[in-house]
Design a protein around this ligand. Structure first.
Ligand code: ZN
Ligand code: ZN
Length: 678
């Protein structure tokens, strides 16, 4: 539907260019010509421009607002365009604001105004305002208009006022397909699939929207089998139907089938590409996401905000800083607006790539900050060991009137834990409940147990674990076991370790930790026994990997990996490094350590090599001597790799940043930012 009747008149040639406009820059050129040709004061020209800016995926609602502000007496067509655009924007409440401004200007809304302003109420969950609008509709005698009626039905049904929706629906005739569709969608939104289906089945004249809405309902609830049956039966399949199936498979975590649908669909739009990208990004198949993104660009599909968010999340996961920076440049170049979602995705990418300087810059220029943005920045400081900065930000967040949520506190507590701030951690845990009314969850307790354990306050850690109002989970016990390991408390470690192995018999890390505790106390027989138990139960160590990005390509290495095509050069480089560390750094691999304290990564004998060493050697081969080597690893760094990396940073004067499962290690001049406390 359009936003109102346009009087048939010949368009000035410059305006007819709008139809082929696919970029904001083109729009600005057209706008400039309009000003030069003296057409900018014309109401008609302005309203056409706004109509384009408000609804085209290639323009922006902000630009529409600018043009709108310059129009002296906007026509109802222009108002409707603005309201329509705003109702589809990330802030639909603004459409309601525009509607009330329209009333103040004594302009009368028409049957094209209401569907969009009512939609805005639905999106913004403002049912009370919706009731007012319903009154206006009755006053103006528009309640029989099919589009107005269907928007009201939809608003009531999706807002949980199903009786009101049914009452209105009873007035709709058989032929009013939009009203039937609204009722189906309303039921779907209020999670009543059965009622939705019964309306769908009763419908005489289903259009493609009816089919897609019902199918989408099933897909969204993960009922992919039902969705597939409808998909196959649907005589009017279009791109939306295919996209719904991709989204449905994504929801079920079935990447293969999502890709199958993506490959087979006859025609793809930007939403198809975005859905497939989101599917890869959400399933942590980040390399595939980046490959698909490259394909998308080579097909000349212009990325949208959703594309950029998925790509940034893939970069964050891989620690692919170069590609992340490319996306950032793209955002700047194309003037994509940094709203809260996109800004936070960008922030998260810099944080997870260990580039805190850029993260802080993004955080500072981000105008629309929500709690998630603050949480991301706080967690970023925490992971990188900057507890003071996290604390400072927390105070600032508070001063600016943002209410911290439980994720904020996970960030704060882990900041304390990584920095060893015992008193602050305990104080924050108490203050959560006392000052902010947030009940600490098991992960909050876990952080503090970890903190106490690392600080050697094992008695206090046990006291806390036994006073928790909930059953301690494996990660709480794991935190305590970590503390036992660091402080060599074999007796307690043995007790906790056995308990943990019972709780999680398939988690290799638990066996490794207990065996290492025995090994450190020279109880070799016990260490061996735990390892044998692990083998006998068929528990395999999780395959450890490390990744490094070189010139926009992410290379992944496994332990003792020889698959890489430059394998020979990598091992030669590693030999050279080890030799130099022996002569200049005094490196002496501790055989006891190598054989028994072997970390979580696969490493069965002294000659095998952990993956991050291969990645570092690869970095030496391909990066300039002043470039930072950045590695991402899926497990914790082991003791041997940690001390070797420190030594490399001193002997070679190289900065190395390693992100492990828990935190960042910034190695420089022989020191690690974690202060050997990880
Ligand atoms: Zn290692
Ligand atoms: Zn470290």
């Amino acid at each position: 539907m359009t936003t109102g009747p346009l009087i048939a008149r010949k368009l000035p040639p410059i305006l007819s260019l709008l139809d082929s406009c696919t970029h904001m820059n083109q729009l600005k050129q057209i706008h400039a010509h309009i000003i030069i040709q003296g057409l900018s004061r014309s109401n008609f020209t302005g309203s056409r421009l706004i109509a384009f800016c408000a609804v085209s995926p290639y323009a922006s609602i902000d630009h529409a607002k600018l043009i709108f502000a310059q129009i002296q007496e906007p026509s109802i067509f222009t108002w409707n365009s603005m309201i329509r655009g705003l109702s589809m924007s990330s802030n639909p409440k603004e459409a309601i604001v525009f509607y009330s401004q329209l009333l103040c200007k004594n302009t009368q809304p028409n049957n094209f105004t209401f569907p969009f302003v009512i939609k805005a109420c639905t999106e913004a969950a403002a049912v009370e305002t919706g009731l007012l609008l319903h009154n206006h509709v009755i006053k103006l005698g528009l309640e029989l208009d099919a589009y107005v009626l269907s928007s009201l039905i939809h608003m009531y049904a999706s807002g949980g006022k199903i009786d009101a929706a049914i009452k209105l629906f009873a007035e709709a005739s058989e032929e009013e397909v939009v009203s039937w569709n609204a009722m189906i969608d309303g039921y779907v939104k209020s999670r009543d699939l059965q009622s939705a289906r019964s309306i769908f089945d009763r419908m005489q004249q289903k259009d493609v929207v009816s089919w897609n809405t019902m199918m989408n309902g099933y897909a969204n609830f993960g009922l992919i089998e039902e969705a597939l049956i409808l998909f196959d039966k649907n005589p009017k399949k279009n791109t939306v139907s295919w996209n719904a199936m991709i989204a449905g498979y994504t929801k079920c975590g079935d990447v293969e089938n999502a890709r199958k649908f993506f490959d087979q669909m006859p025609k793809r739009d930007v939403i198809s590409w975005n859905s497939m990208l989101a599917c890869y990004a959400q399933s942590s198949r980040s390399n595939e996401a980046l490959n698909l993104f490259k394909q998308m660009l080579s097909h000349d599909i212009r990325p949208t905000e959703a594309t950029v968010v998925s790509v940034l999340s893939a970069c964050a996961h891989l620690g692919a800083l170069d590609q992340g920076k490319w996306v950032h440049n793209y955002i700047d170049r194309e003037k994509v607006r940094l709203n809260a979602i996109l800004g936070t995705a960008l922030l998260d990418m810099y944080v997870k790539c260990g580039n805190l300087g850029s993260a802080v810059k993004v955080f500072e220029i981000l105008k629309e900050k929500d709690v998630l943005a603050w949480n991301t920045m706080i967690a970023g400081f925490a992971m990188n060991g900057y507890a003071e900065k996290a604390m400072h930000l927390f105070v600032q967040m508070h001063d600016m009137g943002f209410k911290p949520d439980d994720l904020t506190f996970v960030g704060m507590l882990s900041a304390c834990s990584h920095a060893g701030w015992v008193d602050d951690g305990c104080r924050i845990l108490k203050s959560m409940c006392d000052d902010y009314g947030i009940e600490p969850k098991v992960e909050h307790y876990g952080c503090v147990i970890d903190l106490l354990g690392r600080a050697g306050l094992l008695d206090e850690a046990i006291e806390l674990i036994s006073s928790m109002p909930m059953e301690p989970n494996a990660s709480a016990w794991g935190a305590l076991l970590g503390g036992c390991r660091i402080h060599g408390d074999v007796e307690l470690g043995e007790w906790v370790g056995r308990r943990l192995i019972e709780l999680e018999p398939h988690h290799s890390g638990r066996y490794v930790l207990l065996s290492n505790i025995y090994a450190a106390a020279n109880r070799w027989e016990d260490a061996k026994r735990v390892r044998n138990m692990m083998k006998a139960r068929g528990v395999a160590k999780s395959p450890g990997w490390s990744m490094i990005e070189i010139k926009g390509i992410v290379h992944q290495f496994l332990a003792s990996d020889r698959m890489h095509h430059e394998s020979e050069a990598i091992y030669a480089m590693l030999n050279e490094i080890t030799k130099r560390l022996r002569t200049e750094g005094g490196y002496e691999p501790d055989t006891k350590q190598v054989l028994f304290d072997i970390g979580e990564e696969e490493k069965e004998h002294a000659l095998s090599v952990h993956s991050e060493k291969l990645a570092i050697a690869f970095g030496f081969l391909h990066l300039g001597s002043d470039e930072v080597i950045r590695i991402v690893k899926n497990l914790r760094v082991c003791g041997d790799c940690h001390s070797v990396t420190k030594m490399i940073s001193r002997v070679y004067k190289r900065e190395i940043v390693v992100r492990d499962r828990n935190r960042f290690h910034h190695f420089k001049d022989g020191v690690c930012s974690c202060m050997d406390y990880w």
